[in-house]
Design a binder for this molecule. Sequence first.
Ligand code: HEM
Length: 488
Amino acid sequence: MVIAPLLLSCLILLLLFTFLSRRTRSKREPPLDKGLIPWLGHALDFGKDAAKFLTRMKEKHGDIFTVRVAGRYVTVLLDPHSYDDVLHNSTSLDFSRYAQVLMERIFHLRLPHYNPAAERAAMQHHFNRDNLTRLNITMYRSLQALLASDAPPNRMDWKQDGLFNFSYSLLFRSGYLTLFGRRCDSSGGPTDIYNSFRTFDGFLTKMARTTLKPEEKREAELVRKHLWSLLSPAQPGEGAAPSPWLQGYLKHLKEEGADEDTQTRALLLQLWATQGNVGPAAFWLLGFLLTNPEAMAAVREEFSGILVASDLPEDQVLERLQHTPVFNSTLSETLRLTGAPFITREVLASTTLRMADGQEYDLRQGDRVCLFPFLSPQMDPEIHHEPEKFKFDRFLNADGTEKRDFSKGGRRLKYYTMPWGAGSNACVGRHFAISAIKQFLFLVLTHLDLELCNPDAVIPAIDASRYGFGMLQPDGDVLIRYKLRHPL
Ligand code: HEM
């Protein structure tokens, strides 16, 4: 009795899957690879290790192909010479729809009048010129204060930590204090927010892919609610005024008609956008330096000029820290190896993509287009010799100036590394992020003795499930120990 309706449902589902799987490639479209599993297509391989999967697809189909992923068709473009045709086509290719899908899935956020261009304009000037200088000084003071309170008071004592936790925790809490403007206290302070954020961030990729197990869903919901309660604009900060950036953002949200609950959810999104990448980037940078003595010596030497004059006022220390070509190259190289965002657009109206080699491909309305600069240009052996190796001077010319001259197929590239994204939604906080990481490294190298607990330890491998979500994270951590060398 029960079996008949069950069989009927299965039959209907099978017919539906067969119908949905009927898509075939027309001559003007990119190669189509639907995968073997109905509806899911390549979703499992994509989610498990996107870099590995897309490398396999590139070897099979070339620089452009369409894959089926959980019912959606995604055209992947891997030729950096052709990226501008996607980035500049804002009439048919839309950034905001997919962003809204993710906002809803991860942050349970639906903005009443979501207008990315207005939001970007409202935000951008906080990270420019004088405002950036003020932010940098606040960040420097926060980093100094937290380092001083974290380090063992007795200069003979070592303290142990995981390098990832050490870097992430310090930069997250300083960044939070700088932008969200609340003070350290026992509950609801930066440490509580950091710990809760790490738990939340651990669920991020599964939330985005809607693959949380029921127990994980409950845990994610609890920690999300806890973070909302800590971030709520109705919650008074502990004495410190909100930063101009936060005031400006809340004003923008109110003007867009967002109620208090929506404002709180939007603040969690901003916490992720502003604090989720800097710590992991600092981890990889310090990890590469600790395991590459030549690179460490070069960065130390560059910083030593600033170190000699370390009794300078902080605005002048920061001024001197402006000119650091060796550090800049080392950071660019770090981000080349570990910055892996997807740049995704939704096809609003069928359109034609013109590749740099003259080939044209039709894109269908309702599909998505995805650029994955991590594979090319960043890990492309034609552009970067021995791309899997860390070479701190890869972005330096012989005369010490910044190297910008990289080619593919005999033509100079506009995009030779893209950890900050590109086009209309590229990172607005890029200069602040670079300065924060530089300050972190400068303070750590000048004020601490810091070393790997096991001198032969290697930096953990990449957590392959995080490709596509900005900075990569390690699969595990590596133990370090540190003590104060110079008082802060
Ligand atoms: C190493 C550190 C960082 C990296 C690698 C990074 C990377 C990125 C990338 C790839 C995007 C584009 C995301 C997309 O396509 O949807 C982005 C957007 C953004 N980033 Fe960053 N970011 C970093 C640090 C920061 C910091 C410190 C801030 C602010 C304090 C910030 C603020 C933002 C904002 C507000 C956006 C959204 C821009 C828009 O949608 O118009 N980022 N970031």
